[in-house]
Design a protein. Structure first.
Length: 137
């Protein structure tokens, strides 16, 4: 079994036996064993990051731990800030729906405000994943 990893430290728990490992983005943990009603828990670090396109390093997608964030906007717009420090561009969007806090972010210090939420939560909304980032404004 191969477990995908994104981030710095990963905690893998098999039947109560914990294995903590350092990892690099897109690396794998290979587990060889005979499986029999085993219980596996995988904890990935949650950290806001910006991942550039390989052929366009000034165009990034934002990630919250292993999850891609989608900007709720129907066009590509330029964001301003330091892509190496994505907290200069995004901040937690503390929005509540009934009694549940929604996961997501919003832009800060931008010409246009955009909400970001995990791509897996997108249903019937228009979104953009990659944004050009410029350090000057």
């Amino acid at each position: 079994m191969n477990i995908g990893i994104m981030g710095d430290k990963v905690i893998l728990d098999i039947n109560g036996e914990k294995k903590i490992t350092e990892a690099t983005p897109s690396s794998l943990i290979n587990i060889k064993r005979r499986w029999d009603n085993d219980r596996i828990t995988l904890k990935l670090p949650k950290k806001l990051s910006a991942v550039p396109l390989p052929d366009a390093p000034k165009k990034v997608a934002f990630m919250d731990g292993p999850f891609v964030l989608a900007g709720l906007i129907d066009k590509e717009i330029k964001l301003y800030g330091d892509a190496g420090n994505p907290t200069s561009i995004l901040e937690p969007d503390n929005v509540r729906e009934w009694d549940v806090w929604l996961s997501g972010y919003k832009t800060k210090n931008q010409e246009q405000n955009i909400r970001f939420k995990p791509l897996y939560e997108i249903k019937d909304e228009t979104y953009t994943v990659y944004f050009p980032v410029d350090e000057g404004k």
